[in-house]
Design a protein around this ligand. Sequence first.
Ligand SMILES: Cc1cc2nc3c(=O)[nH]c(=O)nc-3n(C[C@H](O)[C@H](O)[C@H](O)COP(=O)(O)OP(=O)(O)OC[C@H]3O[C@@H](n4cnc5c(N)ncnc54)[C@H](O)[C@@H]3O)c2cc1C
Length: 540
Amino acid sequence: MTERIDHTLRGRWTSTAGTLPPHALTWLRERIGLGDVRTPGRAPAVPESALDDAARAALADVVGPGFVRVDRDSRLGRAGGLSYLDLLRQRGDGELAVPDAVVLPASPEQVTDVLKACVEHDVAVVPFGGGTSVVGGVTALRGDKAAVIALDLNRLDKLVSVDPESRLAVLQAGLPAPEAERLLAAHGLTTGHVPQSYERATIGGFAATRSAGQASSGYGRFEDMVEGVRLATPVGEWRLGGAPASAAGPDLRHLVVGSEGAFGVITEVTLRVRPRPRVERYEGFVVDGWARGTALVRRLAQDGVLADVTRLSDVDETAVSLALSGGWKTAALKAYLRARGVRQPCLLILGWHGADTAAVGRKRAATLRGHRVVSLGTVLGEAWRHGRFNGPRQRDALMEVGVCVETLETATHWSRLTELRTAVRDALVDALGECVVMCHVSHAYETGASLYFTVLAARDAADPIGQWQVAKAAAGEAITGLGTISHHHAVGTDHAPYLEAEVGALGLDVLASVKRTLDPTGVLNPGKLLPGGLASPGDR
Ligand SMILES: Cc1cc2nc3c(=O)[nH]c(=O)nc-3n(C[C@H](O)[C@H](O)[C@H](O)COP(=O)(O)OP(=O)(O)OC[C@H]3O[C@@H](n4cnc5c(N)ncnc54)[C@H](O)[C@@H]3O)c2cc1C
C-alpha cells in the first residue's frame, strides 16, 4: 500500500517478474491454447529530445533547472500509461511516444507559469499524475506542436487544509492515494476512494478521469466527492465550488471533472471526506446464475441497501476463480453448492464499513433481509480484500508467459445489462477466437450498473498490438448504442473515436468551444478526449 511509483520502471507494476503457479499455467494452456510466446524484452527506442534551448531555459526559470529532466530514464518513465498496449510498447513492441522532457512544478502558481511558457514556445503538455491511465490518457502526443513535455504533478503533494466541521479537505493534485489517505487519517478522515490502481493513482488523476473506486456503492464515485477544484489553464487560473449546493447556473465543476487534462491542469481538489470507519467486514456469497445475481443487486440498489462494496462475478469469472484456487477446498465447495441447489455459481462479495461492529451489523442485516444467498463466510470476503490490488501483478505474470490480457468496462441501465454483456462477450470471442472472457458488476446504481470485462487469449506473436486493437474495436462497436464507452476509465485516445456516438456532434462542438476558450492554442493534452484536439468545430 505504501509503494511509491518508480518512474524509471514503467514496463510492469512489480519490480520483479511475477510467477504463476504450475496449475494456473496448465489451465491456461488448456483454455486458451497458450503456446510459448514471450513478452519482448527489447529496450524501446528513445529519440533525441526535441525541446529547444529557449523552451528548456524558460521552463527551468519557472521550476528550477533540476526539475526539467531530459535524461532517458525520466522520459521513458513517463512514456505512456498502463494499458496492455502501453505495456507491450514499453517492452519494445510497436512504437512508443516518448515525451521530450519531464517538468516537475512544485506549486499551483508554477503550473500556471509552465503553461504560459509552453504556449510561448509551442510545446504540448501532457499532465501526468500516477500514469495509470489505461486509455492512452498520458500518451506523449505532440499534436501540431514543436515538442511535448510530461507535466509530472508529483511535487504537488500537500494536504492544504481540513475543515472537520464541514467534512471538507483541500488536497493537492499530485498526492498519490495512499499518501492522501495517510494525511487524512491523522484527522480521522478518509475519502473512501479505493480503485484497483490505488497504490499509484493520484487525487488529480481521479478528478480528471471521473474515477470510481471499489467502495463506490458506499462512498460514491470520485466526482460525487469533488466540492471544488483549482485549475491552471493557459489563459489563467479558474477556481470553482464555494457552496455545498448551488443554483447559480450549470455546474461548471463538471467541465473540469473528467476533462482529462485537455482543458487545464487540476492543481487542487476540495473533497467531501468522511469519518474513517473503525470496522470493515467483507463476506463472500454465492447466487445461482447471472439473472438472479443482477436482479438481487438491482433490488439492493433500488431499495437503498447496497453494501459499501458490492461485486458480482458472472458464471465464467466465478468458474475461473474456483479453477485457479484449485485443491480439495474448491472441490468441497463445489459439492456443497450442488447440495444447496446452486447450479451456476456467481460469486458475490459484499463489504460493509462502519463506526463499530453494531453499526456494521445493522448495515449487513439491512442488505441481506429477505434475500436468498448462500453465505461462504468472511474467509472468502477477506481473501478478496487481501488480493484486491493484485490485478496488475497478475497481469505482469500473465504477460510474461505470452498472454494477451486486458480489461474493458462500460455501464448501462438494468433493462439492457444482460443484452450488453452478451454483445460485448460475443464481439470479443468473435475477434479473438479461443479466449476466456470474464465479467463482473462492481458499481451499481438505482437505474443500472457497470460491467467490467477481463479477457485472456494466447498472444498473436506476429501482431500482438493489432490483435488487441481488433478486439477492442469490436467491443467498442458492440457497446455503441447500448452502453457508455467508459464507466470509469475515461476517454483518452482509445475511446475518442466513439465519443461522438455518445454525446452527439453538438456535444463535441460544446467541448471544442470550451477547449478553445481555456486552451486557445491547443497545447493541452493533444489527441485526448476530443478526437484530433478539435481546435474548431469545422476541423472535425
Ligand atoms: C491496474 C489498474 C487498475 C485500475 N483500476 C481502476 C479502478 O478501479 N477505478 C478507476 O476509476 N480507474 C482505474 N484504473 C484507471 C486509472 O487508474 C484511473 O483513470 C486513475 O484515475 C488515473 O489516475 P492517475 O493519477 O494515474 O492519472 P494519469 O494516468 O496520470 O492521468 C489520467 C488522465 O488524467 C490527466 N491528468 C492526470 N492528472 C491531472 C491533473 N492534475 N490535471 C489535469 N489532468 C490530469 C492525464 O493527462 C490523463 O489524461 C486502473 C488502472 C490500472 C492500470
